[in-house]
Design a protein around this ligand. Structure first.
Ligand code: AMP
Ligand code: MG
Length: 417
């Protein structure tokens, strides 16, 4: 199940940019190859395995876009209104009936098929009914208010592409084609555990110097949103043999092993040595703040990612390292994070050559523009800084100073996962 080639660890430079990391992951991690069939109702969020070409045009037949009166464009009143005999009535779902004759109109409703010979529809709001006839105004363009067959999607069009993560509107398109199920790549299996002697799981007794493990629940929730099957492996103590045993145990049965904590260079940070004892590992010193070294490795053919323990660092590095890895493993197209321009309502100084993420809340300024207000504190351990904000301002490597009023790029939390 080797989905990560060993030579991705050839990188030995001092600091890796975020783009470099994403590029390496996208290029080196290969997708799992198993396809399964899911009913449309279960397809949202799954990665499409094959292209879907339109088996019928959409709409499948030419129909009226409004409630009104269908006529032939040859008969359209040119200079002044004209009365037409109403010779038929077509409802949505009914057959189109007999073709219309010259100077006739047919009462028609939205979605109903156009009668033969009719190619233009007057909206009912624009006409008068008088003495059993309908009076149609001059000036309507031929073809108005009609939806021709295939105007949305022509027959055979490659409408959905393999590698697409299906959204509700994609599922709707498959349904409009009459499909009942789709071939999708199987879900990625991820084993998650936290490391640290100071951690206990919620529900367990907590000693004075311990804290409840929060990262594991954050990571599991983010993985679930990315469509993964998650194995919760709990908390492993800061003990190399326990760590090594836990890693080795889960390696074969998963596509990715994800841990949090213990990847710094302190004496009690044992993840690095433990991974090395059962597989191969590098520390990626990423030029990102918040975020510290991220450990990447392979254990028994299974990719391993070790995120930092500080919650905000864990969150940010998840978005930049784990997210693209999940896309690559699941055969999904990489989805670039595209920051939206907003106005900074804060000043900020930063180091050059490092990408920084500032936690902000959005508000509407008096001139209607969106303004980003910085969370007042900066610690990477502050969960409140993630809970009480809307997203992150991305400050590129080249930036050293942000002044109030400057345009900056905003990434909503919803866009990150
Ligand atoms: P580490 O990366 O292990 O050095 O941890 C850095 C900081 O993050 C320490 O203050 C840890 O207590 C904290 N931390 C580590 N893991 C978790 C976790 N799973 N949940 C909450 N905080 C954590
Ligand atoms: Mg630790």
């Amino acid at each position: 199940m080797a989905q990560l080639s060993d030579d991705c660890f050839a990188f030995g430079g001092p600091m890796m940019s975020v783009d470099e990391a994403v590029g390496i992951i996208a290029a080196r991690v290969t997708a799992v190859q198993e396809v399964e069939t899911v009913a449309l109702a279960n397809a949202d969020g799954r990665v499409l395995a094959q292209d879907v070409s339109a088996p019928l045009p959409l709409p499948p037949f030419t129909n009226s876009a409004v409630d009104g009166y269908a006529v032939s464009s040859r008969d359209l009143p040119k200079d002044k209104e004209q009365a037409f005999a109403v010779t038929g009535r077509v409802q949505a779902g009914a057959s189109a009936g007999a073709p219309i004759k010259p100077r006739e109109a047919v009462r028609i409703f939205t979605g109903a098929p156009m009668p033969g010979g009719a190619d233009t529809v007057f909206m009912q709001e624009d006409v008068r009914v008088e003495g059993g006839k309908v009076v149609l105004p001059a000036g309507l363009k031929p073809g108005a208010n009609v939806r021709p067959a295939g105007e949305d999607i022509p027959l055979g069009h490659a409408a959905l592409k393999a590698g697409q993560r299906l959204r509700p509107q994609d599922v709707a398109l498959a349904a409009a084609f009459g499909l009942t199920e789709l071939g999708v790549n199987r879900r990625i299996r991820v084993a998650v555990f936290s490391t640290g002697n100071e951690l206990v799981s919620p529900g367990e007794p907590r000693a004075a110097a311990q804290l409840f493990d929060s990262n594991r629940f954050m990571l599991m929730a983010m993985l679930a949103r990315l469509g993964c099957e998650v194995s919760d492996l709990g908390i492993i103590r800061d003990e190399p043999t326990a760590l090594a045993a836990a890693l080795q145990k889960v390696a074969g049965a998963h596509d990715l092993i994800l841990t949090t904590g213990g990847v710094s260079t302190g004496e009690e940070d044992h993840v690095k040595a433990s991974v090395e004892s059962v597989g191969s590992l590098v520390l990626w010193r990423m030029a990102i703040k918040p975020g510290r070294p991220v450990a990447m490795g392979i254990i028994g053919g299974t990719p391993f990612i070790g995120l930092p323990g500080n919650p905000v660092a864990s969150f940010v590095t998840f978005a930049h390292v784990v997210r693209p890895t999940i896309f690559a493993l699941s055969g999904a197209q990489q989805q670039k994070l595209l920051p939206m321009p907003v106005r900074a309502a804060f000043a900020y100084k930063k180091k050059i050559a490092r990408r920084e993420y500032v936690r902000v809340t959005l508000r509407k300024a008096s001139d209607g523009a969106l303004e980003a207000v910085k969370f007042p504190r900066e610690g990477a351990g502050l969960l409140s800084s993630l809970v009480d904000t809307d997203g992150l301002i991305e400050l590129g490597e080249e930036i050293t100073l942000v002044e109030p009023g400057q345009t900056v790029g905003f990434l909503s939390y919803a866009s990150l996962i």
